[in-house]
Design a protein around this ligand. Structure first.
Ligand SMILES: [Zn+2]
Length: 106
């Protein structure tokens, strides 16, 4: 494997996303090529650092509330809307006045 090929795949390699044979080829290249080895190790350290930092990060309650409201507003036209309550069930229309029946005036 040549340096250009390795450089195209190092993101995936550092993330552990390559199949075993590709990962092995890259590791073999890294033994012989100090430049690519340095690149991969730097990337692996960066990823490790970002993951540890992201794990400690927490959003404030006001940020979560504002972001959720914005998302709801922006996504609303694209989300399935349940039918309005009046349209869900049948509406019965009686052929007589209920009040007349209750008062016995017919
Ligand atoms: Zn190389």
């Amino acid at each position: 494997m040549r340096c250009e090929e390795v450089r195209k795949l190092i993101d995936f390699h550092a993330d552990g996303a390559l199949d075993e044979s590709s990962a092995t080829e890259i590791e073999r290249h890294l033994i012989r090529c100090a430049s690519c080895a340095h690149e991969v190790r730097s990337l692996e350290l960066t990823i490790k650092l970002l993951r540890s930092t992201a794990a400690d990060a927490a959003a404030s309650n006001s940020f979560v509330t504002r972001t959720a409201a914005k998302l709801r507003a922006e996504l609303a036209p694209h989300l399935h809307q349940p039918p309005a309550p009046a349209a869900q069930g049948r509406q019965w229309v009686l052929p007589f006045s209920v009040e007349d029946r209750l008062t016995g005036t017919d």
